[in-house]
Write a protein that binds this ligand. Structure first.
Ligand SMILES: Cc1ncc(COP(=O)(O)O)c(C=O)c1O
Length: 383
């Protein structure tokens, strides 16, 4: 090696699914092999075993697996009969699938602002959004709260607003399954909950997957029917218009194995977040977790002055450290959604956060040495 050769630092993965796979050894291979030998690829025994395990994990009476987090939201809205003229109040600072599910069933997403400290629904803006929907002559039916980056929204406050205005609460928990709020688990926080098992989620499968959680027997029956083409009790008589929204048996088999180590992984993610918080809180705004919340850290997201964000990302990239921006363009500013209403007063916090947020590598297998490299890179770039 001559003096001009530059040794590139080894790239760090943003999420290390390979490390988890190594930990699980042959357990997943064996679980998939079992499905390959019984050949019940659709609604096989693993699907029902997983649903039982999910209920045992989160405490919901009904766990209904489905094909994705988006399908979970759509199935819930279909089951509630949401359609033309109905308002669904949701944040704009989230992944587009939140509002997309509403638009897909013909409803109107009404965008509300988020709280600067938690990134989740701001209660004052929610009230303003309800007034906006009323002024526009929409039927007010649903609050769709999102638990962004793995931390639950403030459901006690949300349910007070819901009760006051007679609204139904859906928890978009695509990023937060495994989290807790005031000693309750995600899955038990809204009237009904949707989650995603997209591979990068804290509990992810090896393809697309999702689930719905509720204690409402009637709603659960309708959702089970809807995810299977509106099936009734007579195999040849479909009783409602549904869809193909089932989870593959192979994905269920993968999830059964991953769920067994999930509590341990949640604790490890929390350690990683604590280390980041301690190492970075003097140079940027680190996530703030109010008392009574337990996050699963789907993302570890810091805030830096808008002018410093791109240079920070570039400096880290040069050092082999990936970052991501969730979400530089909030949903209400995206082409497909610009014509949907926003709460009176606009979404100033959402607009501000969109310019400042940047997420760092986060997963349960991020060792201390690697994390120190990331922290050093951030500190150097922001100095
Ligand atoms: C907040 C939120 N809602 C919904 C979804 C949709 O989930 P899926 O990708 O499984 O359809 C996601 C996925 O990223 C999400 O983050």
């Amino acid at each position: 090696m001559n003096q001009h050769t530059r040794v590139e630092p080894a790239p760090i993965p943003f999420i290390d699914v390979g490390a988890q796979r190594r930990r699980l050894g042959t357990k997943i291979d064996d679980a998939i092999a079992r499905v390959l030998s019984h050949c019940q690829f659709i609604m096989g025994p693993e699907v029902f075993a997983l649903e039982k395990d999910l209920s045992a994990f989160c405490g919901a009476r009904h766990s209904i697996s489905c094909a994705s987090g988006t399908d979970a939201l759509v199935l819930i809205l279909m089951a509630k009969g949401i359609g033309a003229g109905d308002a669904v109040l949701c944040p704009a600072f989230t992944f587009s699938a939140t509002a997309e599910s509403v638009a897909l069933v013909g409803g109107t997403p009404v965008f509300v602002d988020v709280d600067e400290a938690t990134f989740n629904i701001d209660i004052a803006s929610l009230e303003r959004g309800i007034a906006t929907a009323q002024r526009l002559g929409l039927n007010q039916k649903v609050i769709m709260a999102v638990d962004l980056f793995g931390q639950a929204a403030d459901y006690d406050s949300i349910s007070r607003v819901a009760t006051k205005h007679n609204l139904f609460v859906i928890d978009d928990a695509a990023q937060s399954f495994g989290g807790t709020y005031q000693n309750r688990k995600v899955g038990m926080l809204g009237d009904v909950t949707a989650t995603s098992f997209f591979p990068a989620k804290p509990l992810g499968c090896y393809g697309d997957g999702g689930a719905i959680f509720t204690d409402d027997d009637k709603l659960a029956d309708i959702i089970k029917s809807l995810r299977n083409h509106g099936a009734g009790t007579d195999r040849y008589d479909n009783v409602r218009i549904g869809m193909n929204g089932r989870l593959d048996t192979i994905q269920a088999a993968v999830l059964i194995e991953k769920l067994k180590i999930f509590p341990d992984e949640i604790a490890a993610r929390d350690q990683v977040a604590k280390r980041y918080n301690e190492a970075l809180n003097d140079i940027c705004i680190v996530p703030r977790m109010p008392a009574g919340y337990g996050s699963v850290w789907a993302q570890y997201t810091i805030r830096v002055p808008a002018a410093k964000r791109d240079p920070l990302a570039a400096a880290l990239r040069a050092g082999g450290i990936p970052t991501a921006m969730y979400y530089p363009k909030p949903t209400h500013k995206q082409t497909a959604y610009v014509n949907y209403p926003v709460a009176d007063g606009g979404l100033p916090v959402t607009d501000k956060l969109a310019g400042e947020v940047i997420s760092l590598p986060m997963h349960a297998y991020l060792d201390e040495a690697t994390q120190e490299r990331i922290v050093a890179g951030v500190r150097e770039a922001l100095a």
